[in-house]
Write a protein that binds this ligand. Structure first.
Ligand code: IMP
Ligand code: MG
Length: 178
């Protein structure tokens, strides 16, 4: 696809993200304080930076696994269909599970993934997203833990892409077409 020229305006600094993650880790430790082991499931690819920083703040026994679903392709339009293209490596039956997502937009991805994983009968399933655009929601869903609520802007950085670009920015920026 062709990419329109754009600039990136700073929105959430690396420092603010790090500070928020410290607080989120405290909430997660409280929720799962009695766990024997927490399976932290990152949704690829957007959550890879967030999950890396998050697990290093969580002071609990954990395992890390990854799930990849398709939602957007390379466009900015939301597809309602969610298809698993890389499944979890290990079973989550009777396990404590935390799903880690980069950003919740229409809510379809989180809703589908949650429903799908619940069928595998985990002991507890909780969700966390770094960002949430509640004004874009199409299905009723709320994450158990959330980094930041943001307005209806297309964002990049800290793992999040625009057509696979800008995942390596250390901060969250918003895309402005020029
Ligand atoms: P949802 O199914 O509409 O909630 O879409 C969630 C997915 O869309 C996220 O996991 C992101 O991959 C992608 N997405 C949503 N908003 C943005 C954005 O502002 N920038 C980049 N990707 C986004
Ligand atoms: Mg995603």
């Amino acid at each position: 696809m062709s990419i329109k020229p754009y600039a990136i305006d700073r929105m959430i600094s690396a420092k603010s993200i790090a500070a928020r993650i410290e607080q989120l880790a405290v909430e997660i430790e409280a929720e799962f304080s009695n766990t024997d082991k927490l399976v932290v499931v990152g949704l690829l690819r957007g959550s890879f930076v967030f999950i890396a920083d998050l697990v290093r703040e969580i002071n609990l026994p954990i395992e890390v696994d990854f799930l990849e679903v398709t939602s957007y392709g390379d466009s900015m339009e939301s597809s309602r269909e969610v298809r698993i293209i890389k499944d979890l490596r290990d079973t989550i039956e009777s396990r404590d599970v935390l799903i880690v997502e980069d950003i919740v937009d229409t809510g379809h991805t989180m809703k589908n993934v949650t429903q799908h994983l619940l069928r595998r009968q985990p002991a507890r399933l909780r969700t966390i997203a770094l960002l949430d655009k509640p004004s874009r929601r199409e299905v009723k869903i709320k994450t158990d833990f959330l980094g930041f609520e943001i307005p209806d802007e297309f964002v990049v950085g800290y793992g999040i892409d625009y057509a696979q670009r800008d995942r390596n920015l250390p901060y969250i920026g918003k895309v402005r077409f020029t």
